[in-house]
Design a protein around this ligand. Structure first.
Ligand code: HEM
Length: 650
């Protein structure tokens, strides 16, 4: 079961070779070939060195991952298409002081595009032009330039080819839309995912994760049995990437349109159809030209026929859900609003010794959904538009979150000292309870771990834009209308010019835990896992909360160790950065002997007294003495702050 679904595992392939011998850039993986880099003029200052992926990453970090066999999937994905840009738009000519490099087409697809762009960044600096066959792109890894495109001159840029690639599945959905239509959709969709709604979903995140734990154990037991392991209760290997992929599908289905995929427990035609559609998006985004538009092509290409059939299944399901929700609202005569933020901390405790399903089964959840909110928004929406919105949220919110969880666990397992701090926090805040919305502000270190995992593995690693008007970027880089741009989030997040020890996994790098979480603005556009400006992700709070809750639930209950029989964890890039071969972990029940009980919950009165200040304050007041009394590992810090080490009440 926990063999990963097909999402993001497309047979993506790079562009067919069209060797362009003239003064090509020669990447590190083919240094043998003769090469000369074209430089139009003096480049922007390059990063300090081109060996940025230094020794710190030698265990878990991106470089070791890539060394471990990444690059399988080739370049691109729904949010990142390289080859699909060929022959379209354009109009770029060499201008101003912008360095230029020519990359032979046959080098495309040998490694994920973000790795190629990192190599080029190392030698060409924060803004350079990359020529690929007849096409050229401006590649931005400079925070000032990125800020201008995403914020300062945002009106001059569109999503470019994304709409074309994703049209078959998302139609006019928010992610790829532009102009007036985007404004109208954003106005409706963004409020649906605001903080109140996210708070109302926290219990569901925990319940969904707990719901999958028996399946995790079953998969481990089956793996152990298959391996002839008779230890019983011992460690056995499970693909955690698959687990997180299914978990995030289950969550997005419930939260957005109240569909219980329950993919952690079974496969059904709708789940298969969803993965088939996602796979097709990835394949299309890496195709050399939009062949799917050729008349009659789906009669000739079985994969396209399958994808059409899959899309029909998903669309039909969404239409039925929309109809159901509409008639429910009509019957109620009410407009549901996102639930209050004070959704109770879950009382659905799971036993530490026997992880179990939550007491409230998923199908009985009465949480509001995004669909309820969209229908209740008062906007006149036809079913097609609603379907596009739902499909967009399904796609945008599924693989991104699954990938974030996958890499966070990968990093944690490779860094026991960080893992310990996460567990101390989870034990202290939750114990065996499932998280409630009021626990989230207390899980600050876990939140920083998710931030840091997203820095090291941004999803997607590259954003796409197209200039609709001429522009000039800081540094005098001229952007002609029609220019396609790659914003390399990967480069921004890994730059040795922008970060100290960029390859180190260091959740403390964002400052004290009681400081606000990092954003694109607080980091001067060095850190933008959710993009920035008005096209910023609408699901950022949802995603962070989901990741924190899922990690807390899983890490409280299980120990993880890499299953080295699968070799090092490599990566490949689709829409998101996937592992090349799964995240295979040996899992075993965590031994909680000697783990102190969680801090007592603050009485309502204390919480009320602290209202308006940091939620840590109430907990701190109630738990400082208790922490010391029970010998909590945080006692020293708690004695002064009432919170785990590193958490300072405001
Ligand atoms: C860790 C998880 C996630 C990451 C890293 C992520 C990242 C991003 C990024 C970088 C963008 C900006 C794309 C661009 O500027 O071209 C974006 C946009 C978007 N995301 Fe997310 N996302 C995540 C989760 C979610 C979730 C859970 C949802 C919905 C429930 C969602 C819905 C969207 C939508 C609708 C947009 C388009 C917004 C617009 O264009 O106005 N995302 N996301």
């Amino acid at each position: 079961m926990l063999q990963r679904g097909a999402a993001g595992r497309g047979t993506a392939r790079g562009v067919a070779a069209t060797t362009h011998a003239a003064r090509p850039y020669v990447p590190r993986w083919s240094r043998a070939a003769a090469a000369r880099v074209v430089r139009a003029a003096a480049p922007s200052p390059p990063p300090a060195q081109d060996t940025a992926r230094g020794t710190e990453a030698a265990g878990p970090g991106p470089s070791s991952s890539s060394a471990g066999g990444g690059g399988g999937g080739g370049a691109g994905g729904p949010l990142l298409s390289l080859s699909a840009l060929f022959g379209r738009g354009g109009g770029q000519q060499q201008q101003g002081p912008t360095p230029e490099v020519r990359v032979p087409l046959n080098n495309v697809g040998k490694v994920p595009i973000f790795q190629l762009l990192y190599e080029l960044y190392s030698s060409h600096g924060g803004v350079f032009r990359m020529r690929l066959g007849p096409k050229s792109f401006l590649v931005l890894s400079d925070p000032g330039a990125v800020r201008q495109v995403l914020v300062g001159a945002v009106d001059k840029y569109s999503k470019g080819i994304l709409a074309e690639i994703l049209e078959f599945v998302m139609g006019n959905g928010l992610l790829a839309a532009d102009g007036e239509h985007w404004i109208a959709r954003r106005r409706v969709v963004a409020p649906a995912l605001q903080r109140k709604f996210v708070s109302s979903q926290v219990a569901l995140f925990g319940a969904a994760t707990a719901h999958g734990l028996p399946q995790l154990e079953a998969a481990a037991a089956a793996a152990a049995a298959a391996a002839g392991d008779s230890r019983g209760g011992g460690a056995a290997s499970v693909d955690m990437e698959s687990f997180f992929s299914r978990l995030s599908l289950d969550i997005i289905g419930k939260s957005v349109f109240d569909y219980d995929f329950d993919s952690l427990r079974h496969d059904d035609p709708v789940i298969q159809a969803v993965y088939s559609v996602l796979r097709e998006s990835t394949v299309r985004s890496t195709a050399p030209f939009p062949y799917w538009k050729l008349p009659g092509i789906s009669l000739l290409v079985p994969r396209l026929r399958e994808s059409d059939a899959a899309l029909a299944i998903v669309n039909d399901t969404l239409d039925r859900l929309i109809a159901r929700c509409k008639s429910m609202l009509e019957a109620e005569g009410s407009i549901p609003m996102p639930a209050s933020p004070s959704s109770p901390s879950s009382s659905t405790a799971t036993s530490s010794s026997a992880p179990s399903s939550p007491s409230a089964p998923l199908e009985e959840s009465s949480a509001p959904t995004v669909l309820h909110f969209l229908l209740g928004s008062g906007e006149a929406l036809n079913s097609r538009q609603l379907r596009d919105d739902l499909m967009t949220l399904l796609i945008a919110g599924h693989e991104t979150t699954a990938a974030a969880l996958t890499w966070a666990l990968h990093l944690l397992v490779a860094h026991p000292e960080v893992m310990k701090r996460v567990r101390d926090e989870v034990d202290w805040v939750l114990g065996d309870r499932l998280p409630g919305s009021d626990d989230l502000p207390l899980l600050r270190y876990t939140t920083r771990v998710v931030n840091e995992a997203l820095r090291l593995y941004p999803q997607p690693p590259v954003l796409i834009r197209r200039a609709m008007q001429d522009d000039v970027l800081p540094g005098g880089h001229v952007v002609a209308a029609g220019t396609d741009l790659f914003i390399s989030v990967w480069n921004l997040h890994h730059s040795p010019q922008l970060w100290e020890r960029p390859e180190a996994f260091d959740p403390d790098r964002f400052g004290p835990l009681d400081s606000p979480p990092p954003t694109e603005f607080s980091t001067d556009f060095r850190f933008l896992p959710f993009g920035g400006g008005r096209r910023k992700c609408v699901g950022d709070m949802f995603a962070i909360a989901e990741c924190v809750v899922a990690l807390a639930v899983v890490l409280r209950r299980y120990d993880f160790a890499p299953d080295t029989s699968f070799g090092p964890v490599g990566f490949k890039s689709g829409a998101t950065i996937n592992t090349s071969n799964g995240l295979h972990m040996l899992i075993s029940r965590r031994d909680l002997t000697g783990v102190p009980p969680p801090a007592p919950r603050a009485p309502a009165a204390a919480a009320g007294a602290a209202a308006g200040s940091c939620p840590h304050a109430a907990a701190a007041a109630a738990t400082a003495a208790a922490a010391a009394a029970v010998g909590c590992p945080h006692a020293a810090a708690a004695a002064t702050s009432g919170a785990p080490a590193g958490v300072t009440p405001q």
